[in-house]
Structures are given as structure tokens and as C-alpha cells.
Write a protein that binds this ligand. Structure first.
Ligand SMILES: Nc1nc2c(c(=O)[nH]1)N[C@H]1C(S)=C(S)[C@@H](COP(=O)(O)OP(=O)(O)OC[C@H]3O[C@@H](n4cnc5c(=O)[nH]c(N)nc54)[C@H](O)[C@@H]3O)O[C@H]1N2
Ligand SMILES: Nc1nc2c(c(=O)[nH]1)N[C@H]1C(S)=C(S)[C@@H](COP(=O)(O)OP(=O)(O)OC[C@H]3O[C@@H](n4cnc5c(=O)[nH]c(N)nc54)[C@H](O)[C@@H]3O)O[C@H]1N2
Ligand code: SF4
Ligand SMILES: [Mo]
Length: 700
């Protein structure tokens, strides 16, 4: 070992937007990070992390990292920038925000962010500036809303069994998530159950994903049909004497009504909708019915459809019928959001009078920036933005509108980033951001139950500043007042922990993480579900689902009374005969890691998975360039023949940079921003498309 650069270990949390929220051990040497490992002491991480974060050094120490503030010198999107000083950059942003406010009022400014870092201080602190200045508020919808509202509709609370109970289950049902790619620790716990108890693993997906490759019971359905599958499963449970009638009577709102409703939701009915043969539906239902310890791990993927909330609710109904909630290793888990009980007033600048500024929908950034009156809520146009932690020019739906919007000459955009993303390319000012090892923060598990410390471990390169530092520096220039602007990130983390009764930051740093899992009775709703009568809702009150939203979104009035197949998805038509799913890739995380050589080498190029018979019918061979078109636009990719799909379904894995597609249009050119009922969200996996073979490209 080099005497001058001994290796020490730093402890942190993975900051990325991934339900695993791994506890990390990081080699540090010469002021730089090296290898990253999963903590063995953390009982959820259990020493396992994904490959892309294990090689994080190639991202943190990447030669293309932004290290200086930049000002645009060429046309928007051109990539022509010159370095400037921090004072000039911040003064420019403040002046442009003040000018926007002077012309149209404070709602003309829209701070925009998402979960590039999941650190509470760095992610959510931007809201403090929004609230202090009365800027347009941000209603986040891009990811969780259909899933969370669907889960809340039945249980009333966003929590479930201890996720580590998967290892004590006899049947793990991985429903509409692809953990081999998106949250590897689920696989670690599920395969432990298989090894130690002979448990079986069922996987419900729309293609033979890397996770389904490992399934004992593969359940391959058409996109947006999970509600039909769940109804037929429950039909069989009632029909074949596998419903827990005692549990139903004690813990649910209307089991008699549900059974009557399901009478004609037969396996044959569901087979016609899902494409899954009726015998396989019955076998799947019998596996669930015969296994008291059935643990359903419900993901996000199957909720990214226009009927996604209804489908999530339908899946959560299953253990209420089978009574699996009674058992350790049984029930349904989606996320543990409700168990943490944060007091985020200091971070977000809330707690004073209720803010009155309009809320704008994150997913509709394209329509908003294009000035569509309906989405502007009768208010002024957006003429100034600060964007932190997100890359909407790649990740947001209706990409053609997003691009037209960010290219507007009268719009001022500042982007705070680690890399020159496709959003940063459109910025007037680009600010260089720290990475998680370069600032203090705290993290909470999504798919687990830990609070984890993420202290600063190394100095940032160049002139990078953290999100918190940027927000405070702007607040000072804009005359925004709040105590949070006067504190360090560490002080805010400390006071937030204390206000949330989780001890101090120093204590958390010492312990590295704390386990806040509630007791079995609470986690399994043994004392009732989170409604005044304690009864699980088979019949949800959709317009009143307990999810904070500025309004209801989508066709709420048409939502079905009972769990059902709700036919609002983009069914294929003669003009658009295929259904496209845009699922994540293993080596990228949304658009992050598209800059790292290790991830690029593994993902190779943007591809469209298409069934060999569908390809043959269209005269498409493997490797051909195809043009995929929806009503919203067209994208070019290379075809890859793949038989792990129902006919008529195609899958494009990942959000590649737009420029890696011939023609420069990215995958989200195809996806729609019309909101999912009842509280918004984008239906990324619910697209009707047509596929055209590109003659010129096939020869080239
Ligand atoms: N490697 C990697 N990891 C990631 C991400 C990433 O991009 N790459 N993204 C992160 C983020 S932000 C999130 S929110 C999570 C999301 O992680 P997940 O909960 O896993 O959700 P998705 O990845 O959207 O989709 C998961 C699976 O759902 C399937 N699916 C799509 N439509 C349907 C359907 O109608 N029914 C059923 N049954 N299945 C369907 C897809 O084919 C896919 O295999 O992952 C996080 N982790
Ligand atoms: N087609 C399609 N589109 C999708 C999805 C899909 O499945 N299919 N998934 C959707 C989902 S679930 C989500 S959550 C969204 C996610 O979309 P985004 O939130 O945009 O996620 P990323 O693309 O990973 O971009 C995060 C950015 O934050 C930056 N960043 C990280 N840490 C920091 C920091 O500390 N400070 C600052 N200033 N920047 C930082 C990173 O460099 C990165 O560019 O994408 C959505 N888009
Ligand atoms: S699995 Fe998820 S949380 Fe764990 S290291 Fe990878 S990206 Fe981070
Ligand atoms: Mo997400």
C-alpha cells in the first residue's frame, strides 16, 4: 500500500433514486473515492450493491464532470459555453429571477427538481426558496403518484411488512418490478428464501426481464392488464375455497360485495385481456392460495399505465382475500414511506401560513413551457427556472414539447448539475454540483426501513458547490428570508433528525444507520387498516384517496368502483398496432450513468425488443434500424428479436441520451404526459405505437 495515500473507509448511503437505498462502505485514498461496497452490517443491504455503484469512482472522478460555472455563448442547445465566476453566475440568476417577477409576478419563476440525490437536505431544500419567494410550486408526479395512490386506496397507509420478511416467505411474488436491474437487494432476500426454505419466486411482468429469467413461476402478461390478472386470482381464491373468510369478515369493508363483483372475472375473462392462458392464471392463484406466507413485492413498473393506480389497488386486495397479512413473510409491500415520520419544516420552509402560489405539474413541463393555458392554471407564463437534480429534456414525457419549451428565447434557465446533461445544454447558466460524498446529508430507505447518514467524505473537485449552498446564495441575493438559509447542511440535517425524534446527526454518523421498522402488528395491520373503521377498502373512495395533491388529475369520476380491468390504457389500433413499454436498463439509472464507460459498454446501444414473429411480419431483421412512432412523435432504434414477449408488445430498455438515437430524438418523444388518475403521473409504459422499417438505415 502506498504510504502517502493509505486507504481509509468512509460510510455513506447510495444517494440515487432507487428503492434499495444501500448502506455503503467507500474506499478513500488521496482525497478521492475508490471501490464502493455494500455494508454487511446493514441487514437490508447485507453486503450487496449493484455493479454501477460498485464502480462509482468512474463517475465521481470522471474527466467530464462539471467543475466551473458556465455561461452560454451560442444558441440554446448548441453546447457553446464559457467559464465564469460564481458571483457572476449567481448575480445573473438573481437578476433574471427578479426581472421575471417584476414583469409577471413571482409565479413566473418555477424552481424544478427531482431525485438525482435522495438526500433530504439537498433534494428538498429548493422548496424553501420557492416558498419564501412565492414562486410557482412544484407538484412532483413523474414517478410515484399512481403507485402510492393505488396502495393508499386500500390500506390507507404507505407501509407494509418488514421487507426483510421476504427471506421468511414461501412464495415471493415480484409484481411489476425488475429488481435484478432496479433494486438488486430484493433479489438477495428472495433468493435467500429460496435457498433456506425452498421458497418459490413468481414474477409478473410484460417481458422476460432479467428478473423473470430467475423465476420459478413466470407470469407474462400484456401491459396494463394487472387489474384483470389480480381479479381472476381473487375469483379463483373465492371459487376454490382459498379465501380466508374469517380475515375478510374482520378486516375488510365488503367481502360479500367483492365476491359478487368477481363472479364473472373468471380466468378465461382475464386470459383474453392479459394474454396469459387461463390454466396459468389458475396455477398462479393456487400457488398464492396454498401458501400462507406469500409476500407480494409490488413495484412501480406496472403502475406506469393510465390505469396504474387501479391496478396497484387490485394487487393489494389479494392478501386481504387470502389472509396472508396474518403471517410473517406474508402480505404486500410496496414502500415504507409512512414509517419515517419526518418533520421537514426546516428543510422545506413550511410550517408558516399555507402557501398560495399555483402548483405546476412536473410531468407536464413540456406543455407548461409551451404556454398551454390549461396547465398554467390561469397564471402567468414561466419565464425563469432553476433546475436541480433532474434531466427533464431526457426523462420527461412529450419530449418534443419539452425541447420546444426549453428552447424558448424568452425563457431563462439555470441548471445545477454534475454533468453536461441534455437539459444543461439548453441552460443560460450551468452550475457545477457536488456528489454525495462531497456534502453532508441524511437518507431514508424507500424499499427498506433504515435512516442512513451520508456525511461529507472528500473535497469536491474544482469549484463544485452543493445544492444547499446554491439555494442559500440565491436566497441572499433575492432577499428570501428563512432560518434554513443561515444554517449549514449538517446543521439542517441535525435539527431535522432531532425534530423527527431520531437523535442527532453526530449520533447517526456514529451508528451509520438506524432501523425504524415498526412492530409486526403495526406492519401487518393486525390492529386494523388505516381508516376509522380499520377495514381494508375493496371499494376505494378514489376522489378522496389520502394523497396530498393540488387537485384531482385524469378521469377520476370514471374510476371503477371495485378492483377491475380499467380500459383507459392506450389499446393498440389499426394505425398503431403495438404496445410499447419503456422499462429501465440495468446499467443506467434513469439518465444517470449514461456518461460512465462501464455502463455504456454493457448497454451498447438503444434497442427495441420485438417478437420474432412480429418482426418477420414487418420484414424486420435483428439489427435493423426501425422508426417507432406514436401520436406524439417518432424515434429510431435498432431492432433486437426477442421471444420473451406477448405478440404485439415491444420494449425499449432505458433512457438513452437523445443524441444516441439517430435523428436525435429520445425515447420520451413517444410517451404521453396526460395525467394518470387520481393524482397525476406519467404513463411511461403505456404507449400505442407503429413500427416502420427504415430502408436506408438497414443497408447502412
Ligand atoms: N438500473 C436501474 N435501476 C433503477 C432505475 C433505472 O432506470 N435503472 N430507476 C430507478 C427509479 S427512478 C425507480 S422509480 C425504480 C423503478 O423500478 P421498478 O419498480 O422496477 O419499475 P420499472 O423499472 O419502471 O418497471 C419494472 C418492470 O415493470 C414492467 N412493466 C411495465 N409495464 C408493466 C405492466 O403493465 N404490468 C407488469 N406486470 N409489469 C410491467 C417492466 O417491463 C419492468 O420490467 O427503479 C430505480 N432503479
Ligand atoms: N421513458 C421513460 N422515462 C422515464 C422513466 C421510464 O421508466 N421510462 N422513469 C421515470 C422515473 S421513475 C423517474 S424517477 C424520472 C427520473 O428522472 P431524473 O430525476 O431526471 O433522473 P436522472 O435522469 O437520473 O437525473 C438526475 C440528475 O441529477 C443529477 N444530480 C445527482 N445528484 C445531484 C446533486 O446532488 N445536485 C445536483 N444539482 N444534481 C444532481 C445527476 O447528474 C442527473 O443528471 O425519469 C422518468 N422517466
Ligand atoms: S442497488 Fe440502488 S441503492 Fe443500491 S447501490 Fe445500486 S443504485 Fe444504489
Ligand atoms: Mo422513479
Amino acid at each position: 500500500m502506498n504510504q502517502h495515500n493509505p486507504i481509509r473507509t468512509g460510510y455513506s448511503a447510495c444517494p440515487h433514486d432507487c428503492p434499495s437505498t444501500c448502506a455503503l462502505e467507500i474506499d478513500i485514498s488521496g482525497g478521492r473515492i475508490g471501490r464502493v461496497r455494500g455494508s454487511k452490517d446493514n441487514s437490508y443491504t447485507a453486503g450487496v450493491i449493484c455493479a454501477k455503484v460498485a464502480r462509482y469512482a468512474e463517475r465521481a472522478n470522471h474527466p467530464d464532470r462539471l467543475t466551473q460555472p458556465l455561461r452560454r455563448t451560442g444558441p440554446k442547445g448548441s453546447g457553446a459555453f464559457e467559464p465564469i465566476g460564481w458571483d457572476e453566475a449567481l448575480d445573473t440568476i438573481a437578476a433574471r429571477f427578479r426581472a421575471a417577477e417584476a414583469t409577471h409576478g413571482p409565479e413566473a419563476v418555477w424552481p424544478y427538481y427531482y431525485a438525482g440525490t435522495m438526500g433530504l437536505v439537498m433534494r428538498d431544500g429548493i422548496n424553501r426558496l420557492t416558498h419564501a419567494k412565492g414562486y410557482s410550486r412544484f407538484f412532483s408526479t413523474i414517478c410515484i403518484n399512481p403507485a402510492w395512490s393505488g396502495f393508499l386506496a386500500g390500506t390507507g397507509r404507505l407501509a407494509g411488512p418488514d421487507p426483510r420478511e421476504m427471506a421468511k416467505s414461501d412464495l415471493v411474488v415480484i409484481w411489476g418490478t425488475n429488481p435484478v436491474s432496479t433494486q438488486i437487494n430484493v433479489m438477495a432476500h428472495a433468493t435467500r428464501a429460496r435457498k433456506e426454505r425452498g421458497a418459490r419466486i413468481a414474477v409478473v411482468d410484460v417481458y422476460r426481464s432479467p428478473t423473470m429469467e430467475q423465476a420459478d413461476i413466470p407470469v407474462l402478461i400484456r401491459p396494463g392488464t394487472d387489474g384483470a390478472l389480480a381479479c381472476a386470482v381473487m375469483h379463483v381464491l373465492f371459487r376454490d375455497g382459498m379465501a380466508d373468510r374469517d380475515y375478510l369478515a374482520r378486516y375488510t369493508d365488503d367481502p360479500v360485495g367483492l365476491e359478487a363483483h368477481l363472479a364473472d372475472r373468471t380466468p378465461e375473462w382475464a386470459a383474453a385481456i392479459t394474454g396469459l392462458p387461463a390454466e396459468e392464471i389458475v396455477a398462479f392463484a393456487h400457488a398464492i392460495g396454498a401458501t400462507p406466507r406469500t409476500f407480494i413485492r409490488a413495484g412501480y413498473g406496472f403502475t406506469r399505465s393510465r390505469n396504474g393506480a387501479v391496478n396497484m389497488h387490485a394487487v393489494t386486495c389479494i392478501p386481504a382475500v387470502s389472509g396472508a397479512w396474518r403471517h410473517e413473510g406474508g402480505g404486500v409491500f410496496h414502500t415504507n414511506g409512512a414509517i419515517f415520520g419526518w418533520n421537514k419544516q426546516l428543510i422545506e420552509g413550511t410550517g408558516g401560513p399555507a402557501p398560495s402560489a399555483r402548483m405546476l405539474d412536473q410531468s407536464r413541463i413540456g406543455a407548461i413551457l409551451c404556454g398551454e393555458a390549461e396547465v398554467l392554471g390561469g397564471g402567468p407564463p414561466v419565464t425563469a427556472m432553476l433546475i436541480q437534480n433532474t434531466n427533464p429534456v431526457s426523462v420527461a414525457p412529450e419530449q418534443d414539447k419539452v425541447r420546444a419549451g426549453v428552447a424558448r428565447e424568452d425563457l431563462f434557465v439555470a441548471v445545477h448539475e454534475q454533468f453536461m446533461t441534455e437539459t444543461a445544454l439548453y441552460a443560460d447558466i450551468v452550475l457545477p454540483a457536488t456528489m454525495f460524498t462531497e456534502h453532508d446529508d441524511i437518507y431514508q430507505g424507500g424499499g427498506n426501513q433504515y435512516v442512513i447518514a451520508g456525511p461529507k467524505l472528500v473535497e469536491a473537485p474544482g469549484e463544485c458547490r452543493s445544492n444547499h449552498e446554491v439555494i442559500c446564495a440565491l436566497a441572499e441575493r433575492l432577499g428570501a428570508e428563512h432560518e434554513g438559509f443561515t444554517l449549514s447542511a449538517r446543521e439542517i440535517a441535525d435539527r431535522t433528525l432531532q425534530a423527527s425524534k431520531r437523535g442527532s446527526f453526530a449520533e447517526l454518523e456514529e451508528k451509520r444507520f438506524i432501523d425504524v421498522q415498526p412492530d409486526f402488528g403495526t406492519a401487518h395491520y393486525g390492529r386494523g387498516f388505516n381508516w376509522s373503521d380499520g377495514k381494508f377498502r375493496f371499494k376505494p373512495n378514489w376522489p378522496k384517496v389520502p394523497y396530498a395533491a393540488p387537485a384531482k388529475f385524469g378521469p377520476v369520476a370514471d374510476m371503477p368502483e371495485w378492483p377491475d380491468h380499467w380500459g383507459v390504457i392506450e389499446e393498440a389500433t389499426a394505425e398503431y398496432p403495438f404496445r410499447l413499454v419503456t422499462a429501465p436498463a440495468r446499467s443506467f439509472l434513469n439518465s444517470t450513468f449514461t456518461e460512465t464507460p462501464g455502463s455504456l459498454a454493457r448497454e451498447k446501444r438503444p434497442e427495441l425488443l420485438i417478437h420474432p414473429q412480429d418482426a418477420a411480419a414487418l420484414g424486420i431483421a435483428s439489427g435493423d434500424v426501425v422508426r417507432v412512432e406514436s401520436a406524439r412523435g417518432g424515434v429510431e432504434l435498432h431492432a433486437r428479436l426477442f421471444d420473451g414477449l406477448r405478440r404485439g408488445v415491444v420494449v425499449a430498455e432505458s433512457i438513452w441520451p437523445n443524441r444516441t438515437h439517430r435523428g436525435g430524438r429520445g425515447i420520451n418523444t413517444l410517451t404521453g404526459a396526460d395525467p394518470v388518475a387520481p393524482v397525476g403521473g406519467a404513463a411511461f409504459h403505456d404507449n400505442r405505437v407503429r413500427i416502420v422499417r427504415e430502408a436506408a438505415a438497414a443497408s447502412g
